[in-house]
Design a binder for this molecule. Sequence first.
Ligand code: ZN
Length: 310
Amino acid sequence: MKIPKYHFVLLNSRSIFRTRKMSLSAVLSCAVLVAITIVSAGLTRISWLASTYGWSKVAFCRERQDNARLITKLADLEAGLNNGNIELKRLSDFEDSHRLAYGMNAIGADIRKAGTGGMPSLAERADMQQSNPLLFRAGAIQDSMTILLRRADLQNATFDQMSQFAEQKKAYLDEHPSVKPANGAITSEFGYRSDPISGEQALHQGLDIAGNIGTPIFAPADGVVKEVGIHQNYGRTVVLRHAGCGMETLYGHLSDYAVHVGQHVKRGELIAYMGNSGKSTGPHLHYEVHQLGHAVNPRPFILPEDQIVD
Ligand SMILES: [Zn+2]
């Protein structure tokens, strides 16, 4: 049997006169074709691998850049958290010092922590730190942020509480009798004495401040006018109610009034004029202080003259 031959024409790209003719047996031709196919497949594979490697490298570079940006972002967040903690500490110190000044208890350190429940355990944190440091760092920031927000909420609540307490305290102090209601010498103290009218021993329920008729009388504290009218013993009388501290003050033997029932008065505001009305032996103010419904010595409610009351 005659073995077929295949003829190949090899062209020269520089000259058509340099073409060559090659004759190969069928077996050899097949071998050459197989070799060409294998080489082509190899080249294709190498080309695909090179391309994949190139894209992987690009992706890796992008990830590295993203990572760098993420690290910068995390550092910014940590710095922000640190500033937040410093500011919150400054506020809590400020609050504690003012709470003490207002007679309030300081907030305990445990309460200030505002709880840390729900956070990962130490073992979980250690695992996370080893397996993915960045994720661990982000998780730690999230935890710190949660605690910071809780503490900020608590701070807000305790500031509100302190503010309400301070307002109550101020109202109490504003309505607490603290000054002498009229100029003049104190001629009779609170306590038992021989009554100047009846001559019998009786409790003198107030202070007598002597002066001229028409001497102005001022409110010793903020309050509301409870009564304005004629009293059997005290003549023309004004009564102020100081509800913030559960007290009342009475002004007797007046010559005239300067207020009406229901009127709000401030400390130092004119309320009446000294007189000699009622059972009185001369112009003076009879000044009473009532605490929880009982007459008490007004002396402790007159601060020394060098003490400033606003
Ligand atoms: Zn009196």
